[in-house]
Design a protein around this ligand. Sequence first.
Ligand SMILES: Nc1ncnc2c1ncn2[C@@H]1O[C@H](COP(=O)(O)OP(=O)(O)OP(=O)(O)O)[C@@H](O)[C@H]1O
Ligand SMILES: [Mg+2]
Length: 237
Amino acid sequence: MIATASAERVLLSLPEIFFRQPKPASYNTLTTKTPARKLTPDKLRQQLRQQRRILPPGQQKQAAHTLTWRLAREPFFRRTRHLAAYLATDGEIDPGELLGIARRQGRRIYLPHLKSRTHMVFKIWGGNSHLVKNHFDIPEPAGPAHPARPVRQLDLILIPLVAFDRHGHRLGRGGGFYDRALAGLRQRKRLRRPWLVGLAHGLQEVDTLRTRFWDVPLDAVVTPTRVLYFHSRLRRR
Ligand SMILES: Nc1ncnc2c1ncn2[C@@H]1O[C@H](COP(=O)(O)OP(=O)(O)OP(=O)(O)O)[C@@H](O)[C@H]1O
Ligand SMILES: [Mg+2]
């Protein structure tokens, strides 16, 4: 049982109007999805990263706020005790506000930590604790004071992405870090933990992604305007 469950109940019972939900159209300006099959993965990465980087700061902030509102009501989030996420860079949609809520609700937060040039783990993050920049210049928890938690002992991993499609396929930045870290989950059938949920701006949706055998599919994608479920158990109330 989470210590601050009563605070969570208060938050989740607030009428939606308190979250100042903007008009969905304001940040999903693309009416047609990018035809991914016509582009190489690198070209697609380049194009979509550029598009999300030039989103105006106000629009980014509003998108992140609406995403927070949407995610915080999801049963899979409310059931989560051990939550891994990321610090937004490069125009990624920012889960920071959600992490603040999760922390106040007593949930444990983990962030990616690069163990080597190829391998990533998730280390606990206390919020105010010191972060160290990795070789991609992204701040991360480091050192023995921030132990890593095995992926299978996390409840929910919020995953950044460059592109996604309606089948739950994901294109990352091309390092293979998430695919390697989550490789053990690729064949899972009945194993529940952890849920793998991609976070994205609407413009990151493409028609169909080409995937390779090492790509780990997502259980859901959340954007400011929609939640797409690729696993029926995620809908469970
Ligand atoms: N489980 C794995 N074991 C070894 N190599 C892997 C594994 N998964 C991916 N890779 C390697 O990582 C490289 C990049 O993979 P991919 O293009 O799918 O990256 P991505 O999904 O965009 O990145 P990321 O996983 O960091 O978000 C590929 O060349 C692939 O060989
Ligand atoms: Mg991949």
